[in-house]
Write a protein that binds this ligand. Structure first.
Ligand code: GLU
Length: 497
């Protein structure tokens, strides 16, 4: 496979989440790699909801998941909502298909009904474990029955599951597109369940049936499914179906090799939106969690990722979820935002912090439009915008006591502020250049360095010692508000006069 040349024949890949929880970075990396592969090859990206575990299915998990995919820009060509020729795309709506195909496997002798009650299964498992008999699972009790015995059970209407009859000898292996050849001895596998007693299929069955019926050509999924793959391949064999290519992604860990935690890598992905990560930055970050285009390229927009993506570029070793790196990438993307875009994206954060109204007034919008570019360089997350830009919106600003003590207490502070105020008052034109000129003039008159005037003026006008350049800050703040703040600071903090 040449990495950049489209594969022959239409590629069809899928993302097949189980709606039992809120998807995190690991889940979305899988979705992203499938999407990138489909887009790179001009194939189809299919969304399939694997909701066969009725007890664990959460009603809001599917909407959450779709919201996350949409936010990240991972559009699906077939699936819930958009439909498609291989639907329905929700497994709970395909039960008749699984039943029909389970019957077919029974008829072929590749599956059988098992009537063992739960207590028996548990006892068998415990006993096999104690005796160290592999595999620990089911002992194939019902597999050995004669047809007459089977009929008898069926007639009695006893509840049953359908199990797959694993071949008793031989090996099952495949050439994994990421990990090379992997093989399992069939003796390691017990007869897994295909249909549960509630009539729902297991993952092991529905996943294979759907991958086949949906024409999936490449299964790109997490490492945790490696041990299930021999079971899947044996099912393909039993049906006489051609299996897809399998590509198992490697693990994502946290720094130090730790398992992803709810606090970081396993956080529900939309939490990152709440904090002001840009979807294109997160996509870039997720793409690099286990894939590399070669060289040192790190910043790649979605279109470039699509162009460069290949299965060969996926690394077989674990990758680390490094928040520092995400913050860095996000900062790079924030700095690239054009002013109008920055405004639209950051405004919701100002709204949530109460700095502007939910429906911002014209002047609030204008203030946001002018102040946000001044803090843009320092933002790593849009969620930091309220803290960095707060002093533009709140009158009076919040005064940092240490800044006040350092710059407004000293004996010369009064003279500096009074002169600066007076010089500002006299300005007919209020902009960066005129403000700068006024400040420098005051410094010259007082025989001081410009910095000696700039610091106290900044503290009086913004409450803090740090921030964007003073002249541009005051230009945005406006003459009236600047003067009012200096007056106020003089009254409150600078004794005498
Ligand atoms: N439903 C499985 C999951 O949630 C799909 C695994 C697969 O892609 O085969 O991860």
């Amino acid at each position: 496979m040449n990495s950049n040349a489209p594969l022959p024949g239409p590629v069809r890949v899928r993302f097949a989440p189980s709606p039992t929880g809120y998807p995190h970075a690991g889940n979305l990396r899988t979705a992203l790699y499938n999407w990138l592969f489909a887009r790179h090859c001009g194939g189809r990206f299919i969304l399939r909801i694997e909701d066969t575990d009725r007890e664990r299915t959460l009603p809001d998990a599917e909407p959450y998941l779709k919201e996350a995919l949409r936010w990240l820009g991972l559009d699906w060509d077939e699936g819930p909502e958009v439909g498609g020729p291989a639907g329905p795309y929700r497994q709970s709506e395909r039960l008749d298909i699984y039943h029909r195909l389970a019957d077919e496997l029974i008829a072929r002798g590749a599956a059988y009904r098992c009537y063992c009650p739960r207590e028996r299964l548990e006892a068998v498992r415990a006993a096999r474990r104690a005796a160290n008999l592999h595999p620990y699972g089911y002992d194939r009790h019902c597999r050995a029955w004669s047809e007459a015995e089977r009929q008898e059970r069926a007639a009695a209407g006893a509840p049953f599951v359908v199990r797959f009859a694993i071949p008793l000898a031989g090996e099952t292996g495949w050439e994994d597109a990421i990990r090379g050849y992997i093989t399992y001895s069939n003796r390691e596998l017990d007869d897994h369940v295909l249909l549960k007693s509630d009539g729902y299929p297991t993952y092991q069955f529905a996943n294979v049936v759907d991958d086949h019926l949906m024409g999936i050509t490449h299964v790109i999924r997490a490492e945790e499914w490696v041990p299930s793959t021999p079971r899947h391949l044996l099912e393909y064999q039993a049906f006489g179906w051609e299996p897809p290519v399998f590509a198992h992604l490697s693990l994502i860990t946290e720094p130090g090799g730790k398992k992803l935690s709810k606090r970081l890598g396993a956080r529900p992905i939309l939490d990152y939106r709440e904090e002001g990560y840009l979807p294109e930055a997160l996509v870039n970050f997720l793409a690099l969690l286990g894939w590399s285009p070669g060289g040192n390229r790190e910043i790649m927009a979605p279109a470039e990722l699509i162009e460069l993506f290949s299965l060969e570029g996926i690394v077989p070793h674990p990758s680390t979820f490094d928040l520092e790196k995400l913050d860095w990438i996000n900062g790079v993307y924030i700095r690239k935002l054009r002013p109008a875009d920055l405004l639209e994206r950051a405004l919701p954060f100002l709204q949530r912090a109460g700095l502007v109204h939910t429906l911002p007034t014209e002047s609030e919008r204008e203030l946001a439009a002018r102040s946000l570019p001044l803090v843009q360089d320092r933002l790593r997350r849009l969620g930091e915008a309220p803290e960095l830009a707060e002093f533009f919106f709140r009158d009076p600003p919040e005064y940092d006591p240490r800044a006040v003590q350092k710059w407004l207490d000293p004996i010369e502070a009064r003279a500096i502020l009074v002169r600066t105020r007076d010089a500002f008052r006299r300005l007919d034109q209020w902009n960066e250049a005129t403000v700068e000129e006024a400040v420098r003039r005051v410094a010259a008159e007082l025989e001081m360095r410009a910095a000696d005037v700039i610091h106290p003026t900044r503290v009086a006008a913004t409450g803090r010692t740090e921030g964007p350049g003073l002249f541009e800050t005051l230009a945005v703040l406006g003459k009236e508000r600047t003067l009012a703040r200096i007056e106020d600071a003089l009254r409150r903090f600078v004794p005498g006069g």
